[in-house]
Design a protein around this ligand. Structure first.
Ligand code: AMP
Ligand code: MG
Length: 486
């Protein structure tokens, strides 16, 4: 079914542990992403669903696979842990997709590995479905992220705060190399390991850097730029990752391991959903700063490769960190310029955007709806937009300032309205809808999950049949906390 070519497993032994998935009692295929499978050149045999489920649950290791658990370290909430590693995930192997891009196929929740420590190596149904929904929402929103290939029930219980149903999430990623992977070797003083890994990721993700005078500095710079751009896009979608530990930040620039993540309903930059983020370290507005902090940790690992002279190496790394800040700012303004329907760039755009955000904060406006309804305002219908705000005057002042800025552009209202509708989704996987889908699934009803998935496939379209999924939660429907633990 897979045409594997496993480059990571060809690295030295200390990069991973070879380990087979532990078979489960009763694998049942819950969801399979046919479109992604085709993109990956995977041939799924639906005439034999039992075998398909057995392969995707890890019971049958397909020919060509080289199952491994990857070694990595990481800063968790600021504290360094020298050994984490795949404790509940097994990399089955790599395939080269139709566009020639190498992609990892990983089974999350496939049983214990040498990195499991006290964990059971398993995943619960709810978090698996959450990652499925969120992954596919990202794809539809055009935000780089790991993808969902399948969800499989194991037929076994997992023991969390309560007894839950076990499941395996089949994840596809450009690779699973994280900042924490570099930290694993750096923390052991294994400079050869750092260099081998750097060469590996340059070849896999940044081949254009191979001829550079200092490819390692260029690598640091490129990772930093991709992460700056990625976080700007999260901000534009009102997304809060929730666990931006260094082991949850990829080298490829894809969003990964968004366990207790959530999208904002009403705009509040201090917002935190994750039950374990008690200090608000990973609050919405802290994300760019944390991204930069994480890049600094990567820079520390790469220092010996940047320059033999340590002082010069530090100087070069600091240059990249400064550039991260600047790039984030540029990307952020670019993202939000699109969100307020500007076609041109002008000085003061940053302030105009900030003014809207502060009106939204004061007026407790729903982030997604307020931006979406600007399209109406572009065509002269202000009412729906203004109705998003509990405090109108600031919002209506803002509309005047916005119109003044727009008067310098030649585009017609209708053209601007369509640009706004293409930049601002009508539909995001709102927390209360995600929770609703997961709790129904826990009782065996997958219809909410299926419907939400169908809805988020086209987030920029307003489809009457999904209108109920576009609205903010009623007070009694609000979800204030999210939990991790896939
Ligand atoms: P995460 O919260 O997904 O970023 O995971 C942090 C670390 O905890 C990783 O090393 C995981 O492999 C490990 N881990 C999380 N859950 C489990 C589990 N159920 N069994 C074993 N290891 C786990
Ligand atoms: Mg993780």
């Amino acid at each position: 079914m897979f045409q594997f070519d496993n480059s990571y497993a060809r690295l030295p032994d200390r990069f991973f542990a070879s380990v087979y998935p532990e078979p489960v009692d009763g694998p049942v295929l819950l969801k399979f992403n046919q479109e992604l499978a085709e993109e990956l050149g995977i041939e799924a045999d639906f005439s034999d669903p039992a075998r398909l489920a057995a392969v995707l649950a890890g019971n049958v290791v397909p020919p060509g696979a080289a199952p491994i658990a990857m070694a990595y370290a990481g800063h968790q909430f600021g504290n360094f842990v020298p050994q984490l590693g795949d404790g509940r995930a097994i990399l089955l192997g790599e395939v080269v997709d139709r566009r020639g891009v190498r992609r990892d196929i990983q089974l999350k929740g496939a049983g214990p590995t040498p990195f499991s420590r006290r964990g059971d190596g398993r995943a619960a149904l709810g978090p698996v479905l959450r990652e499925y929904i969120l992954s596919e929402a990202f794809a539809a929103l055009g935000i780089p992220a790991t993808r969902a290939l399948a969800a499989v029930a194991t037929g076994e219980p997992v023991y969390r705060e309560r007894v839950e149903q076990g499941a395996v999430f089949v994840r596809v990623a450009a690779s699973h190399v994280r900042i924490g992977t570099f930290q694993f070797f750096a923390a052991r003083g294994d400079n050869d390991g750092v260099k081998l890994l750097a060469d590996y990721v340059i070849e896999r993700h940044y081949p254009e850097l191979q001829g550079r005078e200092n490819p390692y500095l260029a690598l640091l710079g490129e990772v930093a730029m991709r992460q700056a751009a990625l976080i700007a896009r999260w901000m534009g979608a009102g997304f809060i990752h929730g666990v931006m530990n260094t082991d949850n930040m990829t080298i490829s620039g894809e969003t990964i391991d968004f366990g207790p993540c959530a999208f904002l309903d009403e705009y509040n930059p201090m917002k935190v959903f994750s039950s374990i983020d008690q200090m608000g370290r990973y609050a919405y507005r802290n994300q760019p700063g944390i991204g930069q902090w994480n890049i600094a940790r990567l820079a520390e690992c790469l220092l010996p490769l940047l320059n033999v002279d340590e002082e010069k190496a530090v100087e070069a790394a600091n240059g990249v960190l400064k550039e991260f800040g600047e790039r984030f700012q540029t990307e952020w303004v670019a993202v939000f310029r699109r969100k307020i329907g500007l076609f041109s760039e002008a000085e003061g755009d940053g302030e105009l955007i900030q003014a809207l955000l502060s009106a939204m904060q004061e007026g407790e406006a729903d982030f997604t709806l307020a931006f979406r309804r600007l399209a109406g305002a572009a065509e002269g219908e202000d009412e729906a937009f203004l109705a998003c705000f509990a405090a109108i005057p600031k919002a209506s002042d803002w509309l005047s300032a916005w119109r003044e800025r727009l008067s310098g552009e030649m585009q017609e209202g209708s053209e601007r309205a369509s640009a706004l509708r293409a930049a601002n989704p009508a539909l995001i996987p709102r927390n209360h809808r995600v929770e609703e889908a997961l709790s129904a699934a826990n009782y065996g009803d997958f219809s909410y999950f299926e419907r939400l998935l169908a809805a988020i496939e086209h987030p920029f379209e307003e489809r009457p049949e999904f209108a109920d999924l576009t609205t903010p939660p009623k007070p009694e429907e609000r979800v204030t906390q999210t939990f991790c633990g896939t």
